[in-house]
Design a protein around this ligand. Structure first.
Ligand code: M7G
Length: 265
């Protein structure tokens, strides 16, 4: 956490993947300092020219206490949430405590990021906006990360989905895949398309990441493949309303305290 102009800020600094097209310049224009050599093995510290040394910086300012917590490393605990737990513990908590989704409305209303939109289906019930997630700098396909945000504003998360949302989910899957094939020549077989439960932002959205990229949050305890979600709702219209769902919560997450207080952990 940093202070920017007296306001709390979260600043994330990331070294981005090295692109193949800059390798030749890295090899010819960098300076090398030998660190160790042993037989056929050697390590160096390589100083690349400044324009090849970019650091991606993401800034959240002013950051709420919840933003600061989200980005601090903390141990996690797996929670089992029954349908009853959702109604009595999770839902009241997220109604009071969740992050603002103003940034999502800004995207849907074209007040922000409109030039980044890759595809839009404007239909009020079935439509969505597909755009790069802010985790992706779009400089290389290796860490491709897009997000589909629904125009419908009243679906909080996976838990709200029933078979009545199948046309919406099928539309996102099909048109999202088509748009990605058209723009990036990546077929469906190269993509991981999923929802998070719990999400950080309670407005339905779907993550599209390249299959070979281990995106943060793509592990089994948090990611639900959209294709599986569709199948599950086809076999049971109330699958996500009735099932126990499992997800990790960080030690300092207020929702975890609520589960503990209710004797559910
Ligand atoms: P999530 O599953 O609600 O939570 O996903 P997570 O952040 O814990 O994964 C929200 C997704 O929206 C994440 O992949 C974020 O990187 C992305 N995201 C968050 N914000 C605030 C923005 C934003 O302002 N613009 C864009 N393009 N993506 C964002």
């Amino acid at each position: 956490m940093q202070l920017l102009a007296d306001q709390n800020a979260v600043v994330i600094l990331e070294k981005t993947p090295i692109r193949e097209d800059v390798l030749a310049e890295i090899f010819t224009a960098s300076t090398l300092k030998l660190q160790m050599r042993n037989d056929i093995y050697s390590t160096y510290s390589l100083h690349a020219p400044p324009h090849l040394n970019e650091i991606k910086a993401t800034v959240m300012c002013p950051a709420t206490e919840k933003h600061v917590k989200k980005y601090q490393r903390k141990e996690s605990f797996l929670v089992e949430e029954t349908a009853q737990d959702y109604e009595s513990i999770t839902l009241p908590y997220i109604k009071k405590q969740s992050f603002s989704v103003q940034w999502v409305y800004n995207i849907l209303d074209k007040k922000a990021e409109s030039e980044r939109i890759l595809f839009e289906d404007p239909h009020p019930k079935l439509g969505f906006v597909l755009l790069p997630d802010f985790k992706w700098d779009q400089k290389q396909l290796d860490d491709l990360y897009l997000m589909a945000i629904t125009h419908q504003r009243d679906i909080k998360s996976l838990r709200d989905l029933t078979s009545q949302h199948l046309p919406l989910l099928e539309n996102i899957l099909q048109k999202g895949q088509e748009a990605i094939l058209k723009h990036y020549s990546l077929p469906a077989s190269k993509m991981r398309i999923y929802l998070h439960y719990q999400p950080s932002y309670y407005h339905l959205h779907v993550h599209f990441t390249k299959l070979d990229f281990e995106a943060p949050g793509c592990r089994v305890e948090r990611a639900h493949l959209l294709a599986d979600v569709i199948q599950n709702l086809r076999s049971d219209p109330n699958y996500y309303k009735t099932r126990n769902l499992y997800f990790p919560l960080r030690a300092d997450d207020g929702l975890l305290s609520q589960f503990k207080e209710a004797g559910r952990l």
